[in-house]
Write a protein that binds this ligand. Structure first.
Ligand code: 7TS
Length: 405
């Protein structure tokens, strides 16, 4: 059992008012709010420890390096990676996927090779692959979904061909909340000799992740979606793959020796971390992970599932609501449209009540096209949300109906 009142006390922003009403923050799939300990870690770093890393002989530089590398260790333990060499700090999920697309995939695909994604991907797991296709003549293949938003896994075998060079798939779909059976998918891809990248942006704060048990080749996520700062994220990659990949960006820290004739590269993970990284961000992410682990992802998941069931039942009582995404297994994301109002009007009216939801295409325009809607409204809950907040949102949605009746 989670002590929600105690948890909420850790998040200063949850106590502010918006338009004269208490904030009801239900846009957690876009970004999560930050507990005081993460905010303090950032302040403390800049106040007391700020220095550049991996290059100083002075005390502060060594201290900053220690803290940064300690954060990497925390990430490694959090996702059960085999070693810290497999943890690359990046800007976020987007950069992690671009890194794999350009470094791992682009270098080995030729005209007619195939890249497999699914119909429920965020643009961050579509566009980088389109770049590779344009650069190489490879072909983008899309595993379809059904009307409920379930992936048609039974068709996977037919989509895996001798020319498939990677399967890139989301763990949890941001626009409809589908939880994909990634362990089985990874096994099936591997049986066909196809490596797998998992987009974990929506999963990492909601379900325990064990990259070794999953046996995924790459796993990408963003710090800001798990209570951490923006501008920091993680690419996990199997060591053997990362070691064989060319660097993604060139610059300081990623080299061993440089001459005008030839440059040799640093060891993992530094080979993929060119330039001064987001040191404070990594440290903040480490503290966010500590905080999440203290509460426990299993308990978080169980509570969020209760909130999801409650919100789903409540919203279906409101006339004219159509849910998008009713998959067998769902995370705490509720996407919908209403007969009476456009999603942007829904979002605006809820905002007047201090309720933050997202309205738009959710960076998943092909998915919106599949459901034949230009946009949708989305409630996404986190473990610091309450049943009372769901009630608040439902009352405001009923008012939307009244206003537009
Ligand atoms: N992949 C998925 C599944 C996502 O949900 C997001 C962000 C990204 C990739 C990109 O993450 P970034 O941190 O690199 O930007 N999703 C959302 C969303 O649903 N609303 O705002 C951002």
């Amino acid at each position: 059992m989670l002590d929600i009142a105690k948890i909420r006390a850790d998040f200063p922003i949850l106590h502010r008012e918006i338009h004269g009403q208490p904030l009801v923050y239900l846009d957690n799939a876009a970004t999560t709010q930050k507990p005081q300990c993460v905010i303090d870690a950032l302040t403390h770093y800049y106040q007391d420890e700020n220095a550049n890393i991996h290059r100083g002989v002075h005390y502060l530089s060594m201290e900053a390096t220690r803290l940064y590398e300690h954060a990497r260790e925390k990430v490694k333990n959090f996702i059960h990676a085999a070693s810290v060499e497999e943890i690359i700090f990046v800007r976020g999920t987007t950069e992690a996927i671009n890194l794999v697309a350009q470094s791992f995939v682009r270098s080995q695909v030729t005209k007619g090779d195939e890249i497999l994604i699914t119909a429920m991907e965020h643009h961050a797991n579509i566009v980088p692959w389109q770049f590779v296709c344009e650069q190489t003549g490879a072909v983008l293949k899309v595993l379809p979904i059904d009307q409920q938003g379930n992936l048609l896994v039974e068709q996977l075998a037919a989509y895996l061909t001798p020319r498939t060079k990677i399967c890139a798939i989301t763990h949890i779909a941001n626009a409809i909340g589908t939880v994909n059976p990634i362990k089985a998918i990874i096994a099936e891809c591997h049986a066909a000799g196809v490596p797998v990248l998992i987009d974990g942006a929506q999963a990492i704060a909601h379900t325990p992740v064990d990259v070794q048990a999953l046996d995924c080749d790459f796993y990408a996520f963003s710090g800001h979606k798990l209570l951490g700062p923006t501008g920091i994220g993680v690419l996990y990659g199997k060591k053997a793959l990362l070691a064989a990949m060319p660097p993604y960006q060139g610059g300081g820290d990623m080299i061993r020796t440089v001459s005008f004739e030839k440059t040799t590269f640093n060891v993992l993970p530094h080979k993929f971390e060119a330039g001064t990284p987001n040191i404070a961000g990594a440290i903040g992410l480490g503290v966010a992970i500590d905080y999440l682990q203290c509460i426990g992802l299993t308990a978080i998941n169980a509570y969020e599932q209760q909130l999801l069931r409650y919100a789903t039942a409540s919203i279906l009582e409101i006339p004219g609501v159509r849910l998008l995404g009713t998959a067998h297994e769902k995370a705490s994301i509720l996407a919908f449209v209403m007969q009476s109002a456009h999603p942007h009007d829904i979002g605006t009216i809820l905002d007047q009540h201090g309720i933050a939801i997202r309205a738009g295409h959710h960076c998943a325009m092909p998915l919106m096209a599949f459901f034949n809607v230009p946009a949708s409204a989305r409630i996404s809950v986190s473990f610091y949300n309450t049943f009372a907040e769901i009630d608040c949102a439902m009352e405001a949605l009923s008012e939307v109906n009244k206003i537009f009746a």
